[in-house]
Write a protein that binds this ligand. Structure first.
Ligand code: SF4
Length: 363
């Protein structure tokens, strides 16, 4: 890695820079492990500026871990709506209940206990232990990976597991006993604001004198880019079934993808099916009723990380038949104006927004 003197030089340069240039963030004004934990979960996959208003709203509604543990899952998911990756919210909720049950409501301060909680992996455990409890434990997220790879010109010939291992080892050797939480946050902050993936701002970087990739003039070579899998495209037909001013919605099974969220019934179009044929088949399979399609209401396109969905939405005024919904957690007829009391996945939330703006047309 580097000599002890080299290590100290890096630690000092980074902490001085952090003291001077760190961005103000609401979770940085506390040593309480609960808000720090919440912020770390929200920041996974989501930008700081997006997270800040969600974090503030969350802490207002669930100011303590016990309050979160006592809350209904529906309320928890509603506060996450728009952040995506809802399993993060479900796990946080379950983990809070587990902390109340097993740890008398106190966030544990050992790696072994933290890692047992739903949604807490090596990264989050490291962040909580170093930031909230001042323990010299490493953290490695996407930003830290980039900084370390460049700082020490770490290349493991493209073997991802070996690369990952080297980065964790390097981070563990570098984190100081004094101010480990600030040091870890500074590393992440440097990656987010200075050591950018493209065109890093080396001229203003506090680590420039120590940076091996910079010395070699090979900054762009580190880290080696990973091959990304192709993005899948799927096409879905969905039904807005209406009856006496109410709309049918169903809740996705708790254990699966986007579990616990509400949606309009429907499903994936198979090859050789028309959009309408797909919808009739799906509704028959999901709800056990035949529907008549009145008209196409809208087409919605939405990109998730791993796939792109095209949602063809049809208006289907209620005809007859007894609903036997077997593939959902529960179902409801809901007044239009109450639709926004429920949490929908992003693509379905777009349907809700349009319905709320013009529902008189589809009663
Ligand atoms: S000198 Fe440039 S490449 Fe090296 S750590 Fe700083 S910003 Fe990143």
């Amino acid at each position: 890695m580097t000599t002890i003197a080299g290590k100290r030089k890096i630690q000092k340069a980074l902490l001085d820079w952090f003291d001077r240039d760190q961005r103000a963030m609401p979770w940085r004004q506390t040593g309480n492990p609960y808000p720090i934990w919440v912020s770390e979960i929200m920041l996974q996959q989501t930008q700081v500026q997006t997270v800040i208003p969600y974090f503030r709203r969350w802490m207002k509604t669930f100011p303590t871990l016990r309050k979160l543990a006592r809350s209904r899952q529906e309320t928890v998911l509603k506060h996450w709506e728009g952040l995506g990756y809802y399993s993060r919210a479900r796990n946080l909720h379950r983990a809070a209940q587990q902390v109340v049950r097993k740890h008398q409501g106190k966030v544990p301060d050992t790696y072994e206990e933290l890692i047992q909680l739903p949604g807490i992996g090596r990264y989050t455990a490291g962040a909580i232990l170093s930031i909230a409890f001042g323990q010299p434990v490493p953290v490695v997220d996407g930003n830290v990976k980039r900084v370390l790879s460049r700082l020490f010109a770490i290349s493991t010939n493209g073997v991802p597991s070996a690369h990952e291992k080297r980065l964790w080892e390097t981070s563990a050797q570098l984190v100081p006993a004094n101010r480990p939480g600030d040091f870890n946050q500074a590393m992440m902050e440097l990656g987010a604001t200075v050591c950018l993936p493209k065109k890093p701002l080396c001229l203003v970087c506090p680590l420039q004198p120590s940076c091996e990739a910079r010395k070699r003039g090979e900054v762009e070579k580190f880290p080696k880019p990973r091959a990304r899998p192709g993005i899948k495209k799927i096409e879905v037909s969905a039904a807005v079934i209406t009856r006496n001013g109410k709309v049918f919605i169903q809740q996705r099974p708790h254990g699966g993808l986007m579990g616990g969220l509400w949606e309009f019934p429907g499903g994936k179009r198979q090859s050789k099916e028309t959009e309408e044929e797909c919808l009739k088949r799906e509704i028959q399979e999901e709800l056990g009723i035949a529907i008549a399609i009145s008209k196409k209401m809208m087409t919605i396109k939405h990109s998730y990380t791993q796939f792109r969905v095209t949602l063809n939405v049809f208006w289907c005024p209620w005809q007859s038949g007894r609903i036997r919904a077997t593939q959902c957690e529960q179902w409801k007829w809901v007044k239009y104006e109450n639709l926004d009391h429920y949490t929908f996945p992003a693509a379905n939330a777009k349907i809700v927004k349009i319905l709320l703006n013009g529902h008189g047309t589809f009663k």
